[in-house]
Design a protein around this ligand. Structure first.
Ligand SMILES: NC(=O)c1ccc[n+]([C@@H]2O[C@H](COP(=O)([O-])OP(=O)(O)OC[C@H]3O[C@@H](n4cnc5c(N)ncnc54)[C@H](OP(=O)(O)O)[C@@H]3O)[C@@H](O)[C@H]2O)c1
Length: 286
């Protein structure tokens, strides 16, 4: 991994899931570099606690909180409106919020929660903010994916897991969707000065998967001490958000800050275009 920018002064960065784990440490890293950072949290109390911690750790007061639930399309619309009304620029969007649910749950919109939170909410948010991001170019969109995308497929016949559900399948599918979305976005943004890249942060010791019990709890207990700290994992996200050497790098998948191939499925342009179409329909994106 190369160096992050020496300064992000004057840059505006929005980080979803910024109240916890990798997102929170990414916010700290960007604020330390002088950026104005807005974190998104679905819970106001958790968000305010994180906000104080980020300000203290980064020694910056240029950190703001917006409360929104990425699994609710109405909430995503409100978030976009609030952001657009308050900030005239958006240079970096880090789509980081994510969830793993062992049991099938549905959102207020009647959609499966894992796919909606991890992919659809960010798909809609990015599109609602895209004109502002383009107008702020050079600017960057960074999607946090996972190695769990490997072996996954987009099951267009059962996208919402209504016929058959498995937490691992839903999570893997959502993380593959993050990559397909990144590559398609990069294609659509060609020549605009906006880049779109994605990142697998590695195995990180966060609260992630806290809803999973049984075997996973055991695995986390055993491998926990060997997992990366969120501070270390966030370095890669800060690098992607700020490094001058990545200024014109787009449509790439990074693992802990190094460019790496993602799965064969993730390069399927027909799937990516179809996913974009279906996502636009599901989120009522005009
Ligand atoms: N940890 C790992 O080993 C690992 C590995 C590969 C990829 N990742 C990816 O890294 C990203 C960050 O995860 P993390 O490890 O930092 O876990 P984390 O500490 O649990 O952070 C996830 C964040 O997403 C937020 N979130 C979940 N559902 C939301 C919703 N509906 N609306 C708004 N925010 C929501 C959480 O809010 P609450 O605090 O309210 O739950 C939290 O702030 C995820 O996309 C995950 O898939 C993690």
């Amino acid at each position: 991994m190369g160096q992050p920018a020496s300064s992000m002064k004057g840059r505006v960065c929005l980080v979803t899931g910024g109240n916890s784990g990798i997102g929170k440490e990414t916010a700290v890293g960007l604020a330390r570099l002088g950026a104005t950072v807005i974190i998104v949290s679905r819970d106001r109390v958790k968000g305010e606690t994180a906000l104080s911690e980020i300000k203290r750790k980064s020694e910056s007061q240029s950190v703001d909180l917006m409360v929104a639930d990425l699994s609710s399309m109405q909430s995503v619309h409100q978030l976009a409106q609030e952001f657009l009304a308050k900030y005239p620029k958006l240079h970096v969007l880090v789509n980081n919020a994510g969830i793993f649910l062992p049991k099938r749950m549905v959102t207020v919109d009647g959609l499966e929660t894992t796919f909606t939170t991890n992919h659809l909410g960010h798909f809609l948010l990015t599109n609602l903010l895209l004109d502002r991001i383009k107008a702020s170019a050079p600017s960057r969109v960074i999607n946090i994916t996972s190695d769990a995308h490997k072996g996954a497929e987009i099951d267009f016949d059962d996208l919402m897991g209504e016929k058959k559900f498995s937490g691992f399948k839903a999570y893997g599918q959502s993380k593959l969707a993050n990559i397909l979305f990144t590559y398609e976005l990069a294609r659509r943004l060609g020549g605009t000065g906006v880049t779109a890249n994605c990142l697998h942060p590695g195995l990180v010791r966060t609260g992630f998967g806290k809803d999973v019990v049984g075997l996973m709890t055991f695995v986390v207990r055993v491998v926990g001490p060997f997992m990366m700290s969120p501070e270390k994992a966030a370095r890669a996200a800060v690098y992607l958000a700020s490094s001058p050497e990545l200024e014109s790098v787009t449509g790439k998948h990074f693992v802990k800050g190094k460019e790496e191939y993602s799965s064969r499925e993730s390069f399927d342009q027909t799937t990516a275009e179809r996913l974009w179409q279906v996502s636009a329909e599901l989120t009522s994106l005009s």
